[in-house]
Design a protein around this ligand. Structure first.
Ligand code: G1P
Length: 197
């Protein structure tokens, strides 16, 4: 079946939660996947595939992809607290967006920018409450929804490149380029020929 693409614009930069809320009419009253494209994933099976498998085996709810990062990077991200590990999935017990101090972070497991969410999130986002950085945060709306809905975290396999940083962006190009069958060999030879490494 052919897919269909729809676009909407966020007219003002009021935060990620607000950007998602702008898509409420396109999504409608259904569970949906949210993918932040500045986090580039290199995984097989793909991260969203892994998340859908967890969604199905855990009886629905909400699923968030997480990964461990060095403690000094934790303040750049949304962070989750967790219990009841089973394989790589666990129950989320808390969430904090960009914790300023290390003691405010429940763990060093950060939200990787891939979510499966229930449509009730739109009701919470419509309150337009501001959180970290004065922005409307999806993490805060998820934290509110945690009171009434299940959230499962999946520690996904594969690599993530945070293209919000220049080094992350360059690394993503390099890693994915080197892995491409029609590009990798040439890229390797050019790097050698130019003596770049
Ligand atoms: C957003 C989310 C944050 C998440 C991050 C992943 O932050 O708010 O919870 O960890 O994406 O990239 P942003 O990068 O928009 O500041």
């Amino acid at each position: 079946k052919a897919g269909q693409a729809s676009f909407t614009r966020q007219q003002e930069p009021l935060g990620l939660g607000h950007a998602v809320w702008c898509a409420r009419q396109i999504v409608g009253d259904e569970p949906f996947a949210l993918l932040l494209p500045d986090m580039v994933m290199h995984a097989s099976p793909g991260c969203l595939r892994q998340m859908i498998d967890v969604y199905e085996s855990h009886g629905g709810g909400n699923v968030v992809a997480v990964e461990e990062v060095p403690w000094e990077h934790v303040s750049r991200y949304g962070v989750v607290g967790a219990k009841d590990w089973k394989d790589n999935a666990f129950t989320i017990t808390g969430m904090v967006e960009k914790p300023k101090r290390r003691e405010d972070a429940p763990s060093n497991l950060i939200i990787s920018g891939r979510y499966i969410l229930q449509p009730e999130i739109f009701g919470l986002l419509s309150r337009h409450e501001k959180g970290a950085g004065g922005e409307i945060q999806i993490t805060d709306a998820m934290l509110k929804m945690l009171a009434s809905q299940k959230f499962t975290a999946l520690r996904h396999s594969g690599r993530t490149f945070d293209c919000g940083s220049p080094v992350g962006f360059m690394l993503a190009n390099l890693a994915l380029g080197l892995a491409k069958p029609d590009l990798g060999q040439d890229l390797r030879s050019e790097i050698k020929r130019l003596g770049l490494l």
